[in-house]
Design a protein around this ligand. Structure first.
Ligand code: GDP
Length: 333
């Protein structure tokens, strides 16, 4: 006879005690897409929720090679040295599509992975970006309930993953590099708007001067993006993850940003808004899954697509046919 209640109490107690084995099990449960696991995971989260919400949640993004893992390893080690407990999570939807992961490999953060005050968790590998993002959001709750007061969520510039991460953190940090010529070219459109903080990494040795001038240029560009009455203008800093320089200033700015959010009440509002956004994004995702898996839709979809491609059916009529097959009444569009 199954006794799920007992299990969940054990999970919750283990997580609250900070047991690494129970934390790992709890995250595995949260990542699972099996229906019975999903139900248990939600019960666990309800138990953990009152003990969460206190950590600094920081998103860290940047193209592959910018130095994210080096940066997180160095910053995380400085933070644990200062008495913090640091959790590192990752959102890397490429790992589910290709089977190969850009992020989340533990060996990328050698010092932190061996640090008893840190917990490094690779990206969940199953499912869509929506599924990966859900698991990561829920893992944040687990890590906070386990007593981690800093949660770093790493993501790579793939698809919509930055937006997903920006929607689950308080402060979003973009790492970039100095490039000759147009500094903005290397930064994906839209990502700059998400950033609360930008740091030009690899500001060391012969690159230091280029990094400083890149930072000045970016700083000007960011000011133009801001409304003149904005309470916060994203600072553009320089750092060297390799040498560990500039990281304390980056963290100071993270703290400053957080204090501003707290003092204005914006933090609580931001987190409430995030909850509502997540709710609808999960509704959207589930609806789309149901639609795609619907037998009637599957029957008509190939033929409808063929007709649209050959020009014998308009996109509007095609959409109507698909929605009808899904069971929606006529004349919706
Ligand atoms: P990620 O793909 O963004 O996680 O980047 P990595 O942290 O794996 O770094 C990519 C490469 O850049 C590695 O060879 C690092 O040693 C190097 N690197 C990272 N940070 C710095 C830095 O601050 N200065 C220099 N010179 N190299 C760095």
């Amino acid at each position: 006879r199954k006794r799920p209640t007992l299990d969940i109490d054990q999970y919750a107690a283990g997580v609250r005690e900070g047991s690494r084995a129970w934390i790992a099990r709890a995250i595995t449960l949260v990542e699972s897409t099996r229906a019975d696991h999903r139900a248990l995971a939600q019960r666990l989260l309800v138990e953990l929720l009152p003990h969460s919400g206190t950590a600094r949640r920081v998103g860290i993004s940047g193209v592959p090679g910018v130095g994210k893992s080096t940066f997180i390893d160095a910053l995380g080690t400085q933070l644990t040295g200062a008495g913090h407990r640091v959790a590192v999570l990752a959102v890397d939807p490429s790992s589910s599509r290709t089977g190969g992961s850009i992020l989340g490999d533990k060996t990328r953060m050698e010092r932190l992975a061996a640090d008893p005050a840190a917990f490094v968790r690779p990206s969940p590998t199953s499912g869509t970006l929506g599924g990966v993002a859900r698991a990561t959001r829920e893992s944040i709750v687990v890590m906070e309930a386990a007593g981690y007061d800093v949660v770093l969520v790493e993501t790579v510039g793939v698809g919509q993953s930055e937006t997903a991460v920006a929607n689950m953190v308080d402060t979003f940090l973009l790492l970039t590099l100095a490039r000759t010529g147009d500094q903005l070219q290397g930064i994906k459109k839209g990502v700059l708007e998400l950033a609360d903080l930008v740091s030009v990494n690899k500001a060391d040795g012969p690159h230091e001067r280029d990094a400083k001038s890149a930072a000045r240029e970016l700083s000007g560009a960011l000011r133009l993006l801001q409304p003149p009455d904005a309470a916060w203008t994203p600072p553009v800093l320089t750092c060297s993850a390799r040498e560990g320089t500039g990281l304390d200033t980056v963290w100071d700015r993270v703290e400053q940003h957080r204090k501003l959010l707290e003092s204005t009440g914006a933090l609580a509002k931001k987190r409430r808004d995030q909850q509502v956004d997540w709710t609808w994004s999960m509704v959207r995702e589930q609806l789309l899954n149901r639609l795609r898996d619907h037998p009637g839709v599957r029957d008509v979809a190939p033929e409808v697509e063929r007709e649209v491609r050959s020009g014998t059916l308009t996109a509007t009529l095609a959409a109507e046919r698909i929605l009808q097959a899904f069971g929606m009444p006529d004349g919706e569009l």
